[in-house]
Design a protein around this ligand. Structure first.
Ligand SMILES: Cc1ncc(COP(=O)(O)O)c(C=O)c1O
Length: 384
């Protein structure tokens, strides 16, 4: 039998059958009324999930393309930029701005720690900065950052706030307008439950002001070009039509469940996984106070290579867990619980982990992790 694979990684995530079915429909032309109607529907739905009244542009690219568009359209060579770094993706945002010629000051909080708004404020006092770059959910360290608190500061100090919400949007609350996010970027393949290939980006009036003076060379990632096309619910270049159709269904699923319920469900899974890992005697990567609702990481037991453990769990049980990146490689594993993942997927991943640990010689009381997760999951979606 072909092995059944369960994706418990932070993207790509499992795609619901209804989304797959929508993507399998005969293609439509992208310069048609039918496509414009689809695009208009997507726009309305995306605005609700982004928490914005402003336009959201859908780019045919991965999330990094969206981050590049954010930087290329608002930051000029020589601009002073404060990059808040809590892991690999914070580093990527900083690197991108550097490539575009910004004078980037990377404010490092250490891998596993969240952004400390007090430290950010101290830096902003020594401004002026053109922009602050922040990561909502730092996937590499399983740490969630407080974008609302950062947004209060950037508004007060009149600095643009560019946020990478690639792994959070659709699974964690974000309010672009109310929290003062000027440019918000996400991608299709994580909590939004669609295959990779779309980036989505919202732009505030303040960011459009900055965009007027943007001098960085850009063509495919020109947001003014995207804006001009969106006026007719079009795109400047050929879009990934099938992914648009899939996104329409995925967003419908999210909105009909209700955003609050979706966010609560993700928090519940996070709690269940954390309790399970603790019950197994494993050390969690992120502290409780900043634990990501969509992905949970733990240190491998002493003497055990986390990647060997992951390989075994995939080979024997078909559960794909994520590894560590950069300095965390081989030392940690991550269990994603974002998007189209349910309670039984979570329990299955924990059960597979228990068996994998046992087979690699780690002492395990079978069912200890599963029972701890069940206690959370069966308790209803009790909030945290
Ligand atoms: C927080 C975060 N930012 C950016 C990215 C990059 O997105 P992509 O791989 O779609 O370019 C990822 C992908 O894992 C991510 O988790």
């Amino acid at each position: 039998m072909a092995q059944k694979i369960r994706l418990m990684i932070p993207g790509p995530t499992p795609v619901p059958p209804a989304v797959t079915a929508a993507m399998a429909q005969p293609l439509i032309g992208h310069r048609t009324q039918e496509f414009a109607a689809l695009h208009a529907r997507l726009e309305k739905k995306l605005q609700q999930v982004f928490g914005t009244e402003h336009e959201v542009y859908i780019l045919t690219s991965s999330g990094t393309g969206g981050m590049e568009a954010a930087v290329a359209n608002t930051i000029n060579p020589g601009d002073r930029v404060l990059a808040l770094v809590t892991g690999k993706f914070g580093e990527r945002f900083a690197e991108l701005a550097q490539v575009y010629g910004a004078e980037v000051e990377a404010l490092e909080f250490g891998w596993g720690n969240p952004v400390d708004p007090g430290v950010v404020e101290d830096r902003l006092k020594r401004g002026p900065y053109k922009a602050v770059l922040a990561t909502h959910n730092e996937t590499s360290t399983t740490v969630a950052n407080d974008i609302r608190a950062i947004g209060e500061l950037t508004r007060r100090y009149e600095v643009l706030l560019l946020v990478d919400a690639v792994s959070s949007l659709g699974g964690m609350e974000i309010q672009a307008d109310a929290w003062g996010v000027d440019v918000l970027v996400t991608a299709s393949q994580k909590a939004l439950m669609v295959p990779p290939g779309l980036a989505m980006i919202s732009v505030s009036p303040r960011a459009w002001e900055a965009a007027k003076d943007a001098r960085a060379p850009r063509y495919y990632f020109s947001l003014p070009a995207a804006k001009k096309s969106l006026a007719k619910y079009n795109t400047p270049y050929t879009p990934a039509v099938s992914l648009f159709a899939g996104l329409d269904v995925a967003l419908e699923m999210i909105l009909s469940e209700g955003l609050e319920k979706v966010y609560r469900r993700h928090r519940t899974y996070s709690r269940a996984v954390r309790e399970a890992l603790k019950a197994l005697g494993l050390k969690l990567l992120a502290p409780e106070t900043c634990a990501s609702p969509v992905v949970t990481g733990a240190w491998a037991p002493e003497g055990l290579d986390a990647d060997d453990l992951r390989r075994r769990i995939l080979r024997e049980y078909g559960v794909l867990l994520a590894g560590g990146q950069a300095q965390l490689k081989g030392r940690i594993f991550r269990i994603a619980h974002m998007g189209y993942v349910d309670a039984v997927d979570v329990l299955g991943a924990i059960a597979a982990l228990e068996m994998g640990l046992y087979q690699t010689g780690f002492p395990v009381t079978f069912g200890a992790g599963v029972a701890a997760a069940q206690a959370v999951l069966a308790g209803g979606n009790a909030d945290v």
